[in-house]
Design a protein around this ligand. Structure first.
Ligand code: PSU
Ligand code: MN
Length: 301
């Protein structure tokens, strides 16, 4: 099957790509499974507006009725935010397509489809990675393996702090996925500006990030480039509250026997409910910053 038989790229995104105008891909799992309703629809709409305000065209990615869509209209965004959709990693795409199913795409599925559609820059909240307790569960997000063979730029606030961050950074190194801090030499901690780990490379402007991307293109590696953009310190979650509630969330996850794809949504939801919504504000602030930066980088390319 060819690109046109499978992918449904919206008119607006198609035209922008054909004319070489900036486009930013956005994932839909964060909307469907990462943020609570009804706030999630407002955030989804706001993220698209932020991309436009930055001079780029938003391309939210999802699977609807057995077709991968790149670029959604208002009704389609509402369907994503409405609930009841599956969470689709890239490995789920053939089954979802054959079944005519609908689902929200994770970083792995979104990066895969965005790259296929020829979109260079992708924004999300925090990447998936190696979960704590990996030695027992072997739970490592499919995001990492997919990004090791997909040359997109991913603007994110690091990896989710619910993960084993040092182990995830080690895997990124092993997999040959480049990481550059934006305005910082610290690896961001998703809800927190600093995960406690360093990064080796720093850029300070969207133009510098675009330079790195051009070099990335020139060298032509298979892997993604991660632009790690910290949540502004004023908007981060209080680190003490973060550590305490996260420990409770991890314990609850173990006690309730949550496994597989359900782990990440469970932990994120637990944090929202036990921080009085503060983790939600930090999450949204991080994503907003990433989307703005992704638009600026796409425009600078
Ligand atoms: N970033 C967020 N919220 C999210 C996610 C990312 O701010 O919900 C999603 C992404 O779709 C990512 C997924 O791919 O969480 C990781 O899930 P898992 O650990 O099951 O691979
Ligand atoms: Mn997992």
């Amino acid at each position: 099957m060819s690109y046109d038989d499978v992918l449904k790229v919206s008119e607006e995104v198609r035209e922008a790509l054909a004319e070489g105008r900036p486009v930013v891909a956005l994932e839909s799992t964060i909307i469907a499974h990462g943020l609570p309703r009804p706030r999630n629809l407002r955030v989804a709409t706001e993220l698209e507006e932020l991309v436009r305000a930055g001079g780029a065209v938003p391309a939210t990615v999802a699977v609807l009725d057995g077709r991968p869509h790149v670029g959604l209209d208002k009704d389609q965004l509402e369907r994503i935010a409405g609930g009841g959709l599956r969470k689709l990693g890239h490995r789920d795409l053939p089954m979802a397509l054959a079944a005519g199913a609908s689902g929200a795409t994770t970083v792995s599925a979104t990066a895969y489809l965005a790259h296929w559609a020829d979109i260079r820059v992708f924004a999300t909240g925090g990447l998936g990675g190696v979960h704590r307790g990996w030695t027992e569960t072997q739970d490592e997000s499919a995001d990492l393996a997919l990004l090791s063979r997909t040359p997109v730029a991913v603007v994110c606030a690091g990896v989710k702090s619910i993960l084993d961050v040092p182990a995830t950074l080690q895997r990124l190194e092993t997999l040959g996925i480049g990481v550059v801090g934006y305005g910082t030499d610290r690896f961001p901690g998703f809800y927190l500006a600093d995960s406690g780990e360093p990064v080796d490379w720093t850029v300070h402007t969207p133009e510098e990030a675009a330079d790195v991307l051009r070099s990335h293109d020139a060298i032509g590696p298979d892997s993604a480039l991660i632009v790690a953009n910290p949540v502004p310190e004023a908007e981060q979650l209080d680190p003490e509250l973060h550590d305490r509630v996260l420990a409770e969330a991890l314990a609850a996850c173990r006690e309730q026997g949550i496994t597989g794809q359900a782990v990440t949504p469970f932990l994120l939801d637990h944090l929202v409910r036990h921080t009085g919504g503060a983790s939600l504000e930090a999450n949204v602030a991080a994503v907003r910053g990433n989307v703005r930066l992704a638009a600026a980088i796409a425009a600078a390319l």
